[in-house]
Design a protein. Sequence first.
Length: 422
Amino acid sequence: MNDKHSAGWTRRRFLAAVAAGTMGAGHGLALRPSLVWASTDNGPVVDADFPAGNIIFEEQREDALYLRQDSRDTEGWWFYWYFRVQGAAGRELTFRFTDRDVLTAGGPCVSTDGGETWSWKGRESGDPEFTYAFGDTDEEVRFCLAVPYTETNLNRFVEKHADSPHLRLEHHAGARKGRAIERLHVGCIDSEPRHRILLTARTHACETMASWSMEGLLDAVLADNELGAYFRENVEIAAIPFMDKDGVEDGDQGKNRRPHDHNRDFMGESIYPSVAALREFGLTWPDGKMRIGMDMHCPWIRGGGDNPGSNERIFLVGQPDEAHWREQQAFSDLMENAQTGPLRHYRRHNLPYGETWNTLEEPRTCSRWMATVEGIRLPTTIEIPYAIAAGQAGATEEVTADSARAFGEDLAKAMRVYLEDG
């Protein structure tokens, strides 16, 4: 890791790098002036010059910093942000967002170790702001809408399973900016499988928690236990962790990207390489054996209570086809019986087609395209909240990297029963 991203990267060296124009070198991106801000009173340095960073700093008034998310090419309003603060050790600062309320029900997510681990700070009030007391040794603290998941996290997952003969990393497509878009093949990959499953995530770049659940599902398939053995003997999974790879690494919103986002690119001629490649891949790889297609998302930022389609509940987005909707409901029943992790999915939270925002007529989305693949039984979008989800016995639970991964394992359990019952 380049030392400017470590805890030892001091304010003086940081500002020297800014002056020299070298701040972008650590991750292959040129410095953009809007990514780094330093106050003139020997105060804190705020920046977003790292993978997935996103913030615009407006001004500092004493111990209050005014900021807003960078919408970039998003049509309308969205809420993703991720920034770093250095040079604030021993101070208490208030961060006030000026473009509406961009805090989840869990408040900001905080990391004091360079993004290695994260915790929810909690929400202090109904105002779009939070206050943070920096420790005397806090040379760097990161704040984010939720727990980030980038190529670095994916690489760690792949390295963890580097010796497994049941994981193969392939090139799916090249993104517009030259980045490689990965496709993982996991499970029964060296012989003919009985079933195939397609997983996709980050058609909207900012929806980070879905990635943690995908990782947990794939971990379960590779685990040295009876569940993993079933998948490795019977099921091939193709997983594309970053459909919008450029957006993930650049820290874009991704949602409602102009002229349309990746999840509205599955009709007509696709303009995004990852989508075009997936549609081509779907012509041959399924071979009539693709039983499940799951596009993994996060919903709106917060709210909704215990209702269908709540932004603080895990739910499936209902398909317009009645047969597919029945399969979605049946899978939810299996989930209710199989799940053992802290996050829980309940059938009553699924959002039927035709209700609230689930009214898209044209089959432009990833899961609607999945519904056209020969042999498919369960094409679905799943929405995994950013911060708060249902737990056991009517309780709510924090959505963290660990709890989202555990939910991914529960998905694998239900998928096994679903395939066996079919």
